[in-house]
Design a binder for this molecule. Structure first.
Ligand code: NAP
Length: 266
């Protein structure tokens, strides 16, 4: 089956208005899928939807929704009840950067809602139809920071670890039933969010920063082939060293030093 037959007719991109999310939307449109674009900023979504439907002759629908809301998944599903959803890309995330106790508890809970609670619910609510049709795909975004504890973004990295383990488990459960599950474990990517959170471009880590388009292409090309993908050769090498060559305690300390240098001491 080609990509459109396997994952059409419609793809939901949650967190679609800019950065990686907009890149997913464009790549999926170029592969012939109609798009449901979800984010909070209506005008940006409208512009993107108009641009992609003209450029790629696909249908688009926008849903303005805060994904940290407890009923976000139900609201989205209510809006797409008549559409055949063949692919879910959950891209949106929230990250509270800094010392753990300097953020209000609400900030940490918002990370859990945006990054774990809503994607879990969307997967639950959309996978049933995919399994009945015996075709479909689910792609969750995660981060290299999730392979070990990551100081100053502890809750964020914990939610991203949830996504890795959830996707791997579902990949094994559903791989014989026609539904492909993939987690994209990304290194740093030049998105508006990432650039805004960077105190200033750094030497070492800055060099590893990828553009959104190749990340998205590698992820979509890996769907149906394996449970997880780490886009970029340098990221795969760094992750191999962190996970397999360094003792876990040392990897946690190394990550802490990098993040302290980036966000605390800068
Ligand atoms: N960028 C990196 O360096 C990097 C590294 C590793 C992993 N990742 C992962 O890649 C994904 C994208 O990351 P990014 O930070 O780079 O973001 P991005 O691709 O720039 O996208 C953020 C998107 O999510 C939407 N969004 C955020 N919070 C939302 C909410 N509460 N409700 C609805 N929409 C929301 C934003 O739209 P609105 O503002 O319009 O709502 C925007 O469209 C995340 O899952 C992140 O964990 C990124």
């Amino acid at each position: 089956m080609n990509f459109r037959e396997q994952y059409g007719k419609w793809a939901v991109v949650a967190g679609a208005s800019e950065g990686l999310g907009a890149a997913y939307a464009e790549e999926l449109a170029s592969r012939g899928l109609n798009l449901v674009l979800v984010a909070r900023r209506s005008e940006v979504l409208q512009l993107l939807a108009a641009e992609l439907s003209t450029k790629y002759e696909v249908e688009t629908k926008i849903i303005v929704q805060d994904l940290s809301a407890p009923d976000a998944a139900e609201q989205i599903v209510r809006n797409i009840i008549d559409l055949e959803i063949g692919l879910l890309v959950y891209n949106a995330a929230f990250s509270a950067i800094g010392p753990f106790l300097e953020h209000p508890l609400e900030g940490h809970l918002r990370e859990i809602h945006t990054n774990a609670f809503t994607p879990l619910k969307l997967v639950y609510l959309l996978a049933q139809q995919m399994l009945e049709r015996r075709r479909g795909g689910i792609l969750l975004m995660s981060s290299l920071s999730a392979f070990q504890g990551s100081a100053y973004i502890s809750t964020y990295s914990a939610t991203k670890a949830f996504n890795i383990v959830l996707a791997e488990g579902l990949w094994e459960e559903w791989r014989e039933q026609g539904v492909d599950v993939l987690v994209c474990v990304s290194g740093a990517v030049k998105t508006p969010n990432y650039i805004a959170s960077e105190p200033e471009p750094t030497g070492g880590l800055g060099d590893m920063t990828m553009n959104p388009e190749p990340v998205v292409r590698e992820a979509l090309n890996a769907l149906g082939k394996r449970p997880y993908v780490i886009p970029g050769r340098v990221n795969r090498l760094a992750s191999f060293i962190m996970r397999h060559l360094l003792p876990r305690k040392v990897a946690v300390q190394f990550m802490g030093r990098v993040l302290r240098g980036k966000y605390i001491d800068s």
